[in-house]
Design a protein around this ligand. Sequence first.
Ligand code: AR6
Length: 173
Amino acid sequence: MEITLVEGDITEQRVDAVVNAANSALLGGGGVDGAIHRRGGPRVLAACRELRATVLPDGLPAGQAVATTAGDLPATWVVHTVGPVHSTREDRSAVLAACHRNSLRVAADLGARTVAFPAISTGVYGWPVDSAAQIAVRAVRAVAAQDASTTVGEVRFVLFGREAYQAFARALG
Ligand code: AR6
């Protein structure tokens, strides 16, 4: 499993699966979630509503992941995950790692070969980007080392802005 870094807009990536930093309601929001729903169009929202009406009546808990169509995005699926809100009182890094692990599992169950991730939790949810980058890279490397059955050959972190890109470049080493 190769890890690559791109500075840019995740909604422009031609990949099998795009990971969305959603919220538990799964009905859209700001940041990358807003961008994905805008570019993905009504089919993405309809699929999220369907999940809420059936298997996820209480929404998607933080750390878990679920897939929908990617609608009008140049991708096949959107994998929605919910990052943890950063806290100084409690260490929630295991939840952030779980977002990456579970998103990759959902993507592999669909047969995805290329998966794009944003810097989950580093916007509205307030996670310092250097710390988030280390947790994200470590979590992906753990899957690469441990999950022999994964179909995913490339994990592409798509970073919005220079600062986030450099944080992930440092984390990759
Ligand atoms: N492509 C790539 N990265 C992006 C894009 C984009 N088009 N737009 C923003 N980012 P955030 P969170 C970066 O706030 O912190 C939403 O309202 C952004 O610069 O999108 O997990 C949800 O509905 C930052 O580095 O996600 C939730 O309520 C990163 O994506 C809440 O925000 C994540 O920032 C989730 O907060």
